[in-house]
Design a protein around this ligand. Structure first.
Ligand code: NAP
Length: 339
């Protein structure tokens, strides 16, 4: 598999594996622990070296599966995980918590579940507005000095908060939602900040949580507890309207002998050399299809055609429901001056 670099030095496969859906969020297709371990190992055999998880996925179980799956090849892979949530004794997420001591506690617990002595890339999952980002970056800097963490990442921060964090501890990767139907990173200065600061970009949900891959429609039945039921873009009306985007991906794919999922991923890869998408799946044949996107070349003419066609399509529905939308793109508190 081709390689890409995040930040100054973190080399990873050009397409990573987002492991969340193995155990969390998309209950319509979660798999057993053993199947998850098998799929992760199959990904390694096919050249994937970049695996994405988080404390909150499950919670906890996703890190356990990733840890078990990657133990035999630990030194050949990059493990990314995330902190930042307050999780109560029943496993419910009840708020944000990026206080430095909490970060330390979460990292110790994640290391145990991941069966390793270091996290290669540690992201703050969401900005905690109550904790100055300098304190968060400072805590991660200490963990890096201790060798427990190798690189610092952030997910969905406000641009100013990203810049402030980077000034304390260089940020290796930013993980935001980015795909043909979620273009905010282009519009809100995020990509430009990555260009300027030399920060890698890891698009999450690069297949639009499955929709852009073309296997969903207004008639798709999701399990009642599937997270997508709560997302406005997955209402039957929105799925019907947004099908125009899938039709475009199919049309471009047909010309190139590629699937819609591959075109969606190839489009991301073509945006910047430091972009590394992390599609998720519970199925081996789709994993193979997705990583095959590294071999799909989109020419300047293809990219122009896509750009023009997409500009005619108005995406229906937000990417999150309001409470989740309120958590993205936020800035952290400034340290009190005591005045
Ligand atoms: N930082 C954050 O806040 C955040 C938020 C969300 C996700 N993430 C990370 O990003 C990763 C990827 O995002 P995601 O899982 O939300 O969305 P995604 O990769 O855009 O899509 C995953 C969905 O697409 C389906 N799928 C995958 N490949 C397919 C193909 N070739 N054809 C048809 N359907 C296909 C999967 O179903 P099957 O399993 O049935 O194949 C699954 O339901 C996650 O695993 C997680 O690590 C991070």
């Amino acid at each position: 598999m081709k390689k890409r670099k995040l930040g100054q030095s973190l080399e990873v496969s050009a397409i990573g594996f987002g492991c969340m859906g193995l155990n969390a969020s998309y209950s319509t297709s979660v798999v057993s622990k053993d199947e998850g371990v098998r799929l992760i190992r199959a990904a390694v055999e096919r050249g994937v070296t970049f695996f994405d998880t988080a404390e909150v996925y499950g919670p906890f179980i996703n890190e356990e599966v990733v840890g078990e799956g990657l133990t035999p090849v630990r030194d050949r892979v990059v493990i990314a995980t995330k902190f930042g949530w307050k999780i109560d004794a029943t496993g419910q997420t009840v708020g944000l918590d990026s206080r430095p001591q909490h970060i330390r506690d979460v990292v110790e617990a994640s290391l145990k579940r991941l069966r390793t002595d270091r996290v290669d890339l540690l992201y703050q999952h969401r900005v905690d507005p109550d904790v100055p980002i300098e304190d968060v970056a400072g805590a991660v800097k200490e963990l890096i000095a201790e060798g427990k963490v190798k690189h610092f990442g952030m997910s969905e921060p406000g641009v100013q908060t990203l810049q402030r964090a980077h000034a304390v501890q260089p940020v290796t990767a930013l993980q935001n939602e980015y795909s043909l139907w979620t273009r905010e990173p282009e519009a809100n200065g995020t990509i430009q900040a990555c260009d300027e600061l030399g920060i890698g970009f890891v698009p999450f949900s690069p297949l639009g949580r499955g929709f852009l891959a073309g296997a969903m429609s207004k008639d798709t039945k999701l399990r009642e507890d599937d997270f997508r039921n709560a997302i406005p873009r997955f209402s039957p009306q929105a799925m019907e309207k947004n099908q125009a985007l899938v039709d475009l991906l199919k049309r471009v794919g047909d010309e190139k002998g590629a699937t819609p999922a591959q075109v969606a991923l190839a489009w991301l890869l073509a945006q910047r050399p430091y972009i590394v998408p992390i599609p998720g799946t519970t199925k081996l044949h789709r994993l193979e299809e997705n990583i095959g996107a590294v071999n799909v070349e989109l020419s300047e003419a293809d990219l122009r055609e896509i750009k023009e066609a997409v500009s005619q399509i108005e995406i229906e529905g937000e990417r999150y429901y309001p409470q989740q939308m309120a958590l993205v793109g936020r800035d952290a508190a400034h340290r009190s001056t005591g005045a």
